[in-house]
Design a protein around this ligand. Structure first.
Ligand code: OVM
Length: 397
């Protein structure tokens, strides 16, 4: 193909994952649309083109699958999601049901429990000196409050994390570790689907709100099960990783954490800034339904496009001084949750969850320091930490 801009950058390589931001800067300097030869896919990495691709659903389809694998050519690993992996008009009905289940009214009722759980979990570690913050806090807290809100029993919740790795691992190319992982945990998908049934979900939870929509005839019983599956697929690892990355960012910027400590009401904005600066969701995929032109580049039909929303957050054409992490920045339209009709349906839930957590943290912790090497998880769908050794200094009682 003539005149196309190509790159050898491999977004699934360990080097890229260790430092995606210098790769993004290189891609942004190459041009608006780049062909990644290693994987035979197109990519966009500026704020404006990311937004363009994500909002033009007539051209850039979700039915081709949420990851690099093209469902128009290959069989999906599980039944495709009935909200993420469909286009309008099918998408509209299921999206409406999920939005209602996560409405402001529902969230207002959940807030109190988020606050209480966050305060309790921070109190449990505040005097311990040194902690491993992922297991003690940033994994433990979402793994408690999210399934509680859905109405899931306590037993076997660690399966949610295993399933999350299966779901987000499937976004990348097939690699040996993934195939082994799928084999080792082959009973987990059935466990998940069982938990999505009506009789497994506690009264008063958001799982039952979904089944309420089935009672009203808005969706079928089977669709209700599939929408609860969406909660269990997309609701845990995403927040584990984004809360973890935010805590890590704060720990590495003591002057920013001091602002939060002195004014815990900054918690929500701090999380918004962390989501712009280092989002757990770095990239999304679309599949072209027809030949199209984007920023002067012709893209054929049935091609995969990788959208680097993690790069959009660092685009100097949209954000002033984008590499600076500043929790009091006025942030407009950061794209860490995506944008358009497929923009994260749980984003208000995620923000609330994080706000309660960082508020509780800032109320109890005076300062913190990273005391050892951190680990980055290496599966392709999400960026996040495996370990974060932290020394905590509590506020004076
Ligand atoms: C779903 C699903 C799974 C993974 C991610 C996602 C980011 C949705 O099962 O619907 O949205």
């Amino acid at each position: 193909m003539p005149n196309r801009i190509t790159s050898q950058i491999d977004p699934f390589s360990p080097e890229f994952r260790a430092d995606p931001y210098s790769a993004y800067a290189e891609l942004r300097s190459l041009g608006k649309v780049v062909y990644l030869e290693k994987h035979d896919i197109w990519c966009v990495h500026h704020y404006d083109t990311c937004q363009k691709v994500l909002t033009d659903y007539d051209t850039y389809s979700n039915a081709g699958g949420g990851g690099i694998r093209n469902y128009f050519k290959e069989k999906p690993w599980r039944k495709p999601s009935i909200i993420l992996e469909v286009d309008p008009p099918e998408h509209t009905r299921t999206r409406t049901v999920l939005s209602r289940a996560l409405s402001p009214k529902v969230l207002r009722q959940i807030r109190e429990r988020f606050d209480a759980d966050a305060a309790r979990m921070v109190a449990e570690v505040r005097d311990r000196g040194e902690i491993e913050a992922v297991s003690a806090l940033t994994r433990a807290y979402p793994l408690k409050v999210f399934p509680d809100s859905v109405g899931l029993a306590e037993e076997g919740r660690e399966n949610l994390l295993i399933y999350g790795t299966m779901v987000f691992g499937a976004f990348g190319p097939v690699v040996p570790w993934y195939e082994e992982y799928m084999e080792t945990h082959k009973d987990v998908p059935d466990w998940i689907v069982r938990r999505c049934q009506r009789d497994m979900l506690a009264e008063g939870g958001i799982g039952q709100i979904i089944y309420g929509a089935a009672d009203e005839g808005k969706i079928t019983e089977e669709e209700a099960m599939m929408l609860v599956r969406t909660f269990l697929s997309a609701g845990v690892d995403t927040t584990v990783d984004s809360i973890g990355l935010c805590l890590w960012a704060l720990a590495r910027h003591p002057e920013q954490y001091a602002k939060l400590r002195d004014d815990p009401t900054l918690a929500r904005n701090a999380f918004e800034e962390a989501t712009r600066w280092d989002s757990s969701s770095q990239s999304l995929f679309r599949t072209t339904l027809k030949e199209t032109e984007l920023a002067g580049q012709t893209i054929g039909a049935n091609e995969k496009v990788m959208i680097f929303i993690g790069s959009a957050g660092r685009d100097p054409e949209h954000f002033e001084d984008p590499d600076t992490f500043d929790i009091s920045r006025k942030i407009k339209g950061q794209m860490g949750y995506g944008v358009g009709i497929h923009g994260c349906v749980g984003q208000m839930f995620a923000r609330l969850e994080a706000e309660c957590f960082f508020q509780a943290f800032a109320q109890q912790i005076d300062s913190m320091a990273v005391t050892g090497p951190t680990g980055l998880r290496m599966h392709p769908g999400l960026r996040g930490l495996t370990t974060l050794p932290l020394a905590l200094t509590p506020k004076a009682a």
